[in-house]
Design a protein around this ligand. Structure first.
Ligand code: GDP
Length: 296
């Protein structure tokens, strides 16, 4: 189910509830079942949906609400809060400061959009007056350096990488050192991906992270991976200290559910979303406007 459909289904469920003359337990249950179905179809993890449903039932105690209360509004508010809670891990991620050097390491599976997202992230900050730089520590995928080089050149962002060196840790350290000397304030390290979650990938990530001591590790996740999102995000979190999530490919047939699962699995906020292949198809992610849009 694409995001717009999810929003449509949720607001339809709320509308049906408001059309009922009396809002009793049965009407509330039907509404919550409808919303749960929509969330499951959008690939939100089953346990999260079940928890949301029981939380709302606990918060909205219809017996305690006097006749004068606007039950519809109270229920709507509870649903809004629960959805926000799913997307808000409770603490903000590390925020780099302009003019002060930060090292940001990107991790994710091959094809998730990691390399594209590194450039988007750099470009976004460059437009705001930062001095970003890109380091290609992906020695696994043939062509990774060329891709990063091409993107970086297009955006006029300094980059570092090698066609011959096969040790990602060495390249990462050299690149970070060089850009620290050049007083770059946002040093972005693109790491290797793999087609699936493999021990070798996680070991490499751990080594790059230990050697470069990033201020923030960003997990990049393809929004179309569906119910696999929770396990994948958790596996990355167990290997390196993921502190933020960027969800890509939210354009087209995007499902919103994966984002909610990734937040739950990593206990880290979504900070940006990718909405296309182009450099500027990149948006800051804000929980409340996102949920408001879903509820219509
Ligand atoms: P990596 O293997 O994780 O580094 O992935 P890439 O950055 O090479 O991206 C894989 C493919 O996804 C490329 O064709 C990108 O153009 C595409 N891509 C990346 N981000 C987005 C996005 O937000 N929307 C769309 N539609 N495509 C994207």
């Amino acid at each position: 189910m694409v995001l717009a459909q999810l929003g449509g289904s949720i607001s339809r469920a709320l509308q049906q509830m408001s059309n009922a003359t009396i809002i009793d337990e049965k009407v509330l249950s039907e509404c919550l079942n409808e919303i749960s179905r929509a969330l499951l179809q959008a690939d939100v993890q089953f346990k999260m949906v079940r928890d949301m449903q029981s939380n709302i039932k606990r918060i909205v105690n219809l017996d305690d609400l006097a006749a004068g209360h606007n039950k519809r509004r109270i229920i709507q508010q509870a649903i809004f809060n629960e959805l926000c809670k799913m997307l808000d891990p409770g603490k903000p991620s590390f925020t780099p400061k302009k003019g002060k050097t930060s090292v940001i390491m990107f991790v994710g599976l091959q094809g998730s959009g990691k390399t594209t997202t590194c450039t988007k992230y750099a470009y976004y900050h460059q437009k705001k007056g930062w001095k970003p730089a890109l380091v290609c520590a992906d020695t696994f995928r043939a062509g990774a350096f060329d891709q990063l080089k091409q993107n970086a050149t297009k955006a006029k962002i300094p980059f570092y990488g090698s066609y011959t060196e096969s040790d990602p840790v060495k390249i990462a350290v050299e690149g970070v050192d060089r850009f620290k000397q050049e007083n770059c304030d946002l040093i972005i390290v693109d790491t290797s991906g793999r087609h699936k979650q493999e021990a070798a990938l996680f070991e490499e990530m751990r080594q790059v992270s230990e050697a470069t001591k990033p201020d923030l590790v960003i997990f990049v996740m393809d929004s179309s991976i569906g119910q696999a999102a929770f396990d994948q995000a958790q596996a990355f979190k167990q290997s390196v200290a993921v502190g933020a999530v960027i969800v890509t490919k939210m354009d087209g047939h995007a499902k919103g559910g994966g984002a909610l699962s990734a937040v739950a699995a990593t206990k880290s906020p979504v900070i940006f979303i990718g909405t296309g292949e182009h450099m500027d198809e990149f948006e800051v992610f804000d929980v409340k406007p996102f949920v408001s849009r879903l509820l219509g």
